[in-house]
Design a protein around this ligand. Structure first.
Ligand code: AMP
Ligand code: MG
Length: 350
């Protein structure tokens, strides 16, 4: 299959291109599109064959549920059994935006879209191209991140093409995404709301609206021993090809430790990479050094993380060390992704 890549300017949307993209989805095809979080791989959420195609194109296990994207709040009621009070409040506060809610699904949503679950994940993105495309596609677009399963989520159209060229009908190229990390996922089906995946909408922001909010225990811990709350949570995600280890502890100790390891790698002829910050980027002797920026600027970090991981892949880096970037707000989401990418390999120095 030939994949058409078409540029769409969010500020001056080409209606004809959006109409064509919508027609592809209505006919059961797949179109990747920009959102404010990462690029999505879109198919008709109400068509079981489309969801099967999404799994196939991504190489993703079919019990890993998809997020249904809508373009207006009124579209929600048709795909869920009921709209709880909490969902109304959260939609008012954060939609359109980077928040996904888990609700009980209605019969309209096929089991193929929800990985066999009785619940459905729903989000209304804020990206104008995404909204126009969802509307043109019939109003319900199932979309996981537009990467091959196990690779970092794509933050630009060229990364979508790297992973999915020849496997989907079209890519809408909207340039670099704004946020760079996937949406926050909150489960509203289990009594107290539970955050299943941290993101831009932080625990504090949710608590301000809802009062009580819990966090799934696997967010910052190794989840291999835990029964996953949702099937999707059991899969290793966001992994670069090289072996990534996070080194935490006092700055000086971290720098010395990493440089010693790099020396060992060099003797073995291994290509090395480091993820450092503004203040430390100069001290490392790796083949490829990536600056994640100012560690206090958590948003900048979020925006850069996946691109950095993919660039290591492009340069065939074999061994990667990263400083730790723990933070309270968005920093927690960054750390969650970094830990997953590292398969929870963390060395804590004193
Ligand atoms: P992605 O589309 O790649 O951002 O990932 C979607 C993720 O959303 C899945 O891997 C699940 O972890 C989560 N998800 C989607 N639907 C549900 C659901 N019904 N219940 C719980 N988690 C869900
Ligand atoms: Mg994904």
């Amino acid at each position: 299959m030939e994949t058409r890549i078409v540029c769409v300017d969010e500020k001056n949307i080409d209606k004809e291109v959006i109409r064509e993209a919508g027609e592809i989805v209505k006919a059961g095809g797949l179109v990747a599109f920009p959102t404010e979080t990462v690029y999505g791989l879109g198919g008709d959420a109400l068509n079981p064959a489309s969801s099967r195609k999404i799994y196939e194109a991504k190489g993703r296990p079919s019990d890993n549920p998809l997020i249904v994207h809508i373009a207006k709040v009124e579209a929600l009621s048709a795909i869920v059994k009921r709209v709880p009070e909490e969902a109304v409040k959260l939609a008012q506060a954060f939609w359109p935006g980077p928040l996904t809610m888990i609700l009980e699904k209605s019969d309209l949503v096929p089991a193929e879209t929800t990985g066999g679950l009785e619940t459905v994940a729903v989000r209304m993105p804020s990206h104008r191209t995404a909204l126009a495309f969802i509307e043109a596609a019939g109003g319900y677009v199932a979309a996981p991140s537009a990467n091959r399963s196990g690779r970092p989520s794509p933050t630009a159209a060229r990364y979508v093409a790297q992973d999915l060229d020849g496997r989907i009908e079209m890519i809408l190229d909207g340039g670099d995404v704004e946020l760079g990390l996937e949406s926050t996922i909150v489960d509203l089906t289990a009594g107290t709301p539970v955050i299943l995946r941290p993101g831009y909408i932080t625990r504090q922001m949710l608590a301000d609206i809802l009062g009580r909010v819990e966090e799934d225990v696997t967010i910052l811990r190794d989840d291999s021993g835990q029964a996953p709350k949702a099937p999707g949570m059991k899969y290793r995600h966001y992994a670069p090809k090289g072996e990534l280890t996070i080194i935490a502890g006092p700055k000086q100790a971290v720098a010395e430790y990493i440089n010693r390891q790099l020396e060992g790698c060099r003797r073995e002829g291994k290509k090395t990479g480091v993820i450092a910050s503004d203040a430390t980027i100069g001290v490392y002797q790796a083949d490829v050094c990536k600056n994640a920026g100012d560690p206090l600027d958590e948003s900048a970090l979020a925006k850069r993380l996946y691109r950095i991981l993919r660039e290591f892949d492009d340069e065939d880096v074999e061994i990667i060390y990263s400083e730790s970037f723990a933070g309270a707000g968005v920093g927690q989401a960054v750390m969650n992704r970094l830990l997953k990418a590292a398969g929870h390999r963390v060395i804590e120095l004193k």
